[in-house]
Design a protein around this ligand. Structure first.
Ligand code: GLC
Length: 508
């Protein structure tokens, strides 16, 4: 009885303390408003905002900046964490390549059936289809001494991305047919390479079963099916196009092949764009999973599908509340967790989540948000590149971006802090991608290796290349040489090269 009474009076005491605390906070808030002593926010009158003003702490610019830095700290990966990421990735790749461990592995390490790299002498005219993001392309490629290309981009409307499988492949076939008519290619039976940039279990050079959709696609009835067959059926339904599909490939393979055409040290293809993924040339003896022939050359390109790294929880030690939020609200929760920390489809949204938190704690824009900023997806990944392209101390691009978001009166401190958020997010992405590349370089273990890279984030972010290069050099074996090379048009030229190399191997 006594104990209960004591607990009761303790509770009452606690409640009283809470009420006093709340009153104190209310008084100090009213005080700060009436005295107008909000130094750091003197010019942050965001008239466009419709959102509530949050309680704004009374802080100097320096205090604000330090507080922002504290909050962003969890996005900064230590060298030890990155080393650990490398060690775990190495284990996960081994699981993917092992016959028994593969079914449970998060990283699937699909053999591509591409066994040879181009020798630079490939010739001929090819068609290529490129599906992997919000756009779909049809290309006509002429390989010879030089490579020339003619292409057309077609949008993939959102309803098609999440509609029926037949709807998607009918759309592709329709675009292909109109390209062939426009270019008057109807009389030729051109070899075609199909770049299909989603995780596929290949059963040969022209057979690829979709394992699962990624990057915002979710067409019904395609997972588990051979996408080449689905394309052929759609073409047959139209009956107005004749083609010869010679190869189906991932964009990473295309990127590697396209660069290897002239650069004979190229062994890795990397994409950091809407999604992220890498492929590399592996020795057959290390691909327990391989069920093809053991003829020369005893090697095969492995499409790692490393975007799924972490799907078994092994990266939870570096994931943050922002990563969890993004995953939870995505079309594929629990999947592609490494990709969700690195690629263009998610980077902007990570930055927005951090910014929203800073606003809610009164550390940005005088605690005032805007309607646009509050909308999911409103902070595009390209904004990160634009903001980080400003010269140090200059905030031109940053102000333009903030104005687009309806934040019209940002102070210099606000801009500097928004830039800091962007830098933390993009640096983390670049370092994580670098960790991945380092693991592949260490596996390949050759003296000098070129990494072919493509994708909008790598292309357009002003520092991504340098950040990656710097970090890789800390993570690879001493003495190894490497370079990251922008690979021009992997999905087009690369597809043509896979088709060309395939017909060369066939004719032997
Ligand atoms: C996603 C896809 C993968 C592709 C990558 C880059 O991770 O699953 O196949 O290579 O995006 O486009």
């Amino acid at each position: 009885m006594e104990i209960v009474a004591a607990a009761d009076s303790d509770e009452r005491g606690l409640k009283l303390l809470k009420v006093i605390g709340q009153l104190q906070r209310l008084f100090s808030f009213i005080h700060s408003l009436t005295c107008h002593r909000i130094k750091a926010f003197s010019s942050t009158d965001n008239s466009s905002s419709s959102s509530d003003t949050k309680q704004v702490p009374d802080m100097s610019h320096e205090d604000l900046t330090n507080k922002v830095k504290d909050i962003c700290e969890e996005l900064i990966l230590s060298h030890e964490s990155l080393r650990e990421v490398c060690d775990i990735l190495e284990e996960e790749l081994n699981k993917g390549l092992g016959r028994d461990s593969n079914p449970e592995a998060a990283i699937k390490c699909f053999p591509t059936y591409v066994r040879e790299l181009p020798n630079g002498k490939e010739k001929g005219r090819f068609l290529a289809l490129d599906l992997g993001g919000t756009n779909f392309r049809v290309l006509l490629i002429q390989l010879g001494e030089k490579c020339s290309m003619d292409s057309r981009i077609y949008a993939v409307p959102q309803p098609i991305m999440v509609g029926s499988g037949d709807g998607l492949f009918d759309h592709i076939a329709e675009c292909l047919s109109s390209f062939i008519k426009e270019r008057e290619l109807g009389d030729e039976l051109l070899p075609l390479g199909f770049t299909f940039s989603f995780p596929c279990k290949q059963e040969g050079l022209t057979k690829a079963r979709l394992a699962r959709w990624t990057k915002g696609f979710k067409c019904a009835g395609v997972e588990g099916r051979d996408v080449v067959e689905l394309l052929k059926q759609a073409i047959a339904r139209r009956g107005d196009v004749r083609i010869k599909i010679c190869a189906v490939l991932n964009d990473t393979t295309g990127t590697l092949m396209s660069c290897a055409w002239k650069n004979h040290n190229c062994r890795i293809g990397l994409i950091v764009g809407t999604g992220t993924n890498a492929c590399y040339m592996e020795k057959l003896e290390r691909v327990e999973l391989w069920d093809g022939d053991q003829d020369m050359p005893k090697q095969v390109i492995i499409n790692t599908e490393w975007g799924a790294f972490g799907d078994n929880g092994c990266l939870d030690f570096i994931r943050t509340e922002y990563d969890n939020n993004i995953d939870r609200e995505s079309i594929n929760p629990g999947r592609q967790l490494y990709e969700k920390m690195i690629s263009g489809m998610y980077m902007g949204e990570i930055a927005r989540q951090v910014i929203i938190r800073l606003v809610s704690e009164g550390l940005l824009f005088g605690g005032k948000s805007s309607e646009i900023l509050e909308e999911k997806g409103s902070f595009f990944t390209k904004y990160i590149s634009e903001i980080e392209s400003d010269k140090n101390g200059d905030f031109n691009n940053c102000r333009t971006v903030l104005e687009e978001l309806g934040l019209n009166n940002a102070t210099d401190t606000d801009c500097a802090n928004v830039r800091h958020v962007c830098e933390c997010v993009s640096r983390r992405a670049a370092y994580l991608a670098a960790a991945g590349v380092s693991v592949l370089l260490n596996r390949i273990d050759e003296e000098s290796v070129t990494v072919a890279v493509d994708g909008s984030v790598y292309r357009f972010h002003p520092h991504f290349h340098n950040l990656m290069t710097e970090q890789i050099s800390h993570l690879i074996k001493p003495g190894m040489k490497f370079d990251l090379m922008l690979s021009e048009d992997g999905s087009g030229r690369g597809a043509a090269l896979v088709a060309a190399v395939a017909s060369r191997s066939e004719s032997r």
